[in-house]
Design a binder for this molecule. Structure first.
Ligand SMILES: [Zn+2]
Length: 348
């Protein structure tokens, strides 16, 4: 929760807790009596810590019921956005083969740098170990280390998967497989680009990792995972196997925390390769007016659509990014990296 969800008061954020209880029940919220009207109840609660347990208790002729929920208060929250690009491998193969004098002789990185210069945009590129056609990260030269470091304030590399195929590589894989692939890629990023460019990932290929394997990610510094919670075929998907209640919540909010693992799940707001140029602003605009979606813009796309040799090449892909970046910039959103602070914001 942030300033959009209540009233900022001395030392805290006052929010209204609402619920339903049986007509004859006496309801308290964090120990204080709640107002009632019919089956409804409501009571203000002031959040003073980063995490607060809200406990509603109903007591009456049929017994006692309790509903408990832990709330995260993003005290120092400001409107912000992050930009993540998945499925990266072709640009690394291109630079290796062409032997450019500069990383930015590769049109892909050059265009991203132009967007950085124009809008201050920051990018995390989630990369594969191999393109699957003979190119692997160990072939990538380390002579660009200085250039990577010079641009590490806006350009990061992170693990995404071993390779593009098969789909959903970690959905049913043992945790050890995820750990091994993660370490392979991380080791290479550190070798050829260096510490400053290295970032923990926030998107694992296909967004499906079972809870048993989450510790693999947490142990490696992952704090946030972006999901695209979609309900289809009678089940939630692309949400790291969160249960139904949490998938539904995340689909309507910016973020949700899993307190057992410490992971925060972010809800992707825009997938540029799926959104036609003239739909970018109409996709973002309604989010700005929804207090549950307005504060953090999780922007996202995939590398392959930038390349003319790709079967689904999008000639206007960079324009789509530009329209999205112009919109967030003009609407006061600041560029952040999710692995820094609380979803890229100050920890307050
Ligand atoms: Zn992917």
């Amino acid at each position: 929760m942030n300033w959009r969800h209540g009233t900022v008061v001395e030392g805290g954020l006052e929010v209204m807790v609402r619920g339903e209880a049986l007509l004859r029940d006496r309801v308290t919220v964090n120990g204080r009596p709640a107002e009632r009207a019919g089956t409804a109840f409501w009571a203000p609660v002031v959040l003073r810590e980063q995490e607060t347990d809200v406990v509603a208790v109903a007591e009456g002729p049929t017994g006692r019921r309790e509903h408990r929920v832990r709330v995260v208060w993003d005290r120092a929250s400001r409107p912000r956005y992050r930009f993540s690009i998945d499925d990266n491998s072709f640009f690394l193969r291109d630079i290796t083969r062409q032997g450019y004098a500069s990383l930015f002789d590769c049109f892909y990185l050059r265009n991203l740098r132009d967007l950085h210069r124009r809008y201050g945009a920051k990018f995390v590129l989630n990369i594969y170990y191999t393109t699957g056609d003979g190119f692997e990260l160990p072939q990538f030269p380390d002579r660009y280390r200085g250039e990577w470091a010079d641009h590490a304030d806006w350009l990061k590399l992170a693990f995404h998967a071993y390779q593009n195929v098969p789909d959903r590589p970690y959905q049913y894989a043992p945790a050890a497989k995820l750990a091994a692939d993660f370490d392979l890629v991380a080791e290479q990023i550190l070798r050829f680009a260096g510490e400053a460019t290295y970032s923990p990932p926030t998107v694992i290929h296909w967004g499906m990792v079972p809870g048993e394997a989450w510790p693999v990610l947490v142990e490696r510094g992952v704090r946030v995972l972006s999901a695209i919670p979609a309900f289809r075929g009678g089940a939630w998907d692309i949400q790291y196997f969160l249960d139904d209640a949490r998938s539904d919540y995340l689909s309507r909010h910016d973020a949700l925390k899993d307190f057992d693992s410490g992971l925060i799940f972010s809800n992707v707001d825009l997938i540029c390769n799926n959104t036609p140029l003239d739909r970018i602003v109409p996709t973002l605009e309604p989010l700005r007016n929804d207090p549950n979606r307005a504060e953090i813009m999780d922007l996202f796309t995939h590398e392959q659509y930038f390349w003319p040799f790709y079967s689904h090449y999008l000639p206007d892909h960079f324009q789509r990014l530009e329209v999205a970046l112009r919109w967030v910039t003009e609407n006061g959103y600041e560029p952040v990296f999710f692995h820094e602070g609380l979803l890229g914001g100050a920890e307050g």
